[in-house]
Ligand binder design. Structure first.
Ligand SMILES: Cc1cc2nc3c(=O)[nH]c(=O)nc-3n(C[C@H](O)[C@H](O)[C@H](O)COP(=O)(O)OP(=O)(O)OC[C@H]3O[C@@H](n4cnc5c(N)ncnc54)[C@H](O)[C@@H]3O)c2cc1C
Length: 302
């Protein structure tokens, strides 16, 4: 990333919310469940699968967690009613992890039971490192209770991940492997781009060797190539590729057309701000987009 772009990433929180919203619009289906239904149906029509995510994280009151759980029940009903090829992703902090752990467990268990009754898979997203241990522990206890239709996410940037894979391997978990978006200290996370790439490949190899179902979530062409070499000849049920809505759209289409199971992460909802900031941070052209939009506001009709 150029120096100018890095500088913009640092000041992004100071960019007006309306600008963030407009520039980040391609990353989000829209504010309502109907928006998500429409976007998922379009993706399905193009041969792509989807993961529906209700936007929201770090709620501060139990009622907010309950409202988000309610939104998931609505999303599950919609997926079933419309016959969509989609599953859902949940964030534990949105279901109250930091407010009341027992409530979070109960809400997550209820979402999972509802999803299982409808034959829909649930992925637990991975958030920052203050939640890693609790997230994996909750995953283990859900599996211990007999839930099978649930998976986790592991972050290649974390130094602990290879050990986590070894510890989880007897459960043959379904794992989404990603680099990890949260800024973490070097004591627990790799910092250099190439080191994170190497860790990603090592984690992918370990997961495949352990017979886990792997969802390779990356837009990094170098990593995609490494992953494609490794999944060559594997059954469709053993792996999938995942990308985010609005990122490398043409490449996603190409991979799906080549016959790979390709799933797009589709967030929707009114709590769009934090997610949008993270996506903008990762957009290599962020400075240009934000500058153009700001300029458009200062010089209307430009
Ligand atoms: C389906 C999915 C689910 C995820 N779930 C989680 C999760 O639960 N927890 C977590 O910590 N992280 C999650 N992530 C984010 C992930 O950890 C990375 O932060 C993110 O994918 C960027 O890393 P990358 O591997 O795509 O490589 P990068 O090197 O960041 O990107 C490779 C290339 O992709 C393009 N690109 C990437 N991002 C953008 C963007 N926003 N706009 C435009 N172009 C872009 C650029 O061309 C860039 O050079 C998820 C990612 C995906 C795809």
């Amino acid at each position: 990333m150029r120096l100018f772009d890095r500088a913009v990433v640092r000041v992004l929180p100071a960019v007006p919310r309306a600008v963030v919203r407009r520039v980040a619009a391609p990353y989000i289906a829209g504010p309502t469940l109907d928006d998500a239904r429409r976007v998922v149906a379009d993706l399905n029509a193009e041969g792509m699968l989807a993961t529906v995510d209700v936007l929201g994280e770090e709620v501060s009151r139990p009622e907010e967690a309950e409202a988000i759980a309610g939104a998931y029940h609505d999303a599950l009903r919609a997926i079933q009613e419309d016959g969509l090829a989609a599953n859902v992703s949940v964030k534990l902090t949105a279901l109250g992890l930091k407010v009341d752990e027992a409530l979070c467990r109960s809400l997550t268990g209820r979402v999972l039971s509802d999803a299982e009754a409808r034959g829909i898979f649930v992925r637990i997203d991975m958030e920052d490192s203050s939640t890693t241990g609790e997230t994996l522990e909750l995953y283990r206890s859900l599996r211990g209770e007999g839930h099978e239709g649930v998976g986790v996410v592991l972050q290649a940037a974390l130094r602990r991940t290879l050990e986590d894979i070894e510890a989880l391997a007897p459960l043959r978990p379904s794992v989404r492997l990603c680099k990890g978006i949260y800024l973490e200290p070097s004591s627990i996370a790799f910092q250099e781009f190439e080191v994170i790439r190497k860790s990603f490949v090592a984690c992918l190899d370990a997961l495949l060797e352990a017979g886990c179902r792997v969802a390779v979530a990356t837009h990094d062409e170098w990593l995609l190539e490494r992953a494609l070499e490794r999944v060559d000849g594997l059954d469709d049920t053993a792996y999938e590729l995942q990308m985010l809505l609005g990122v490398r759209v043409e490449r996603a289409r190409e991979l799906a057309a080549a016959g790979h199971p390709l799933r797009i992460y589709v967030p929707y909802g009114r709590r769009w701000y934090e997610y949008s900031l993270r996506r903008l941070q990762e957009n290599p052209k962020v400075a240009g987009y934000v500058a153009r939009d700001l300029l458009g506001r200062i010089v209307p009709g430009r």
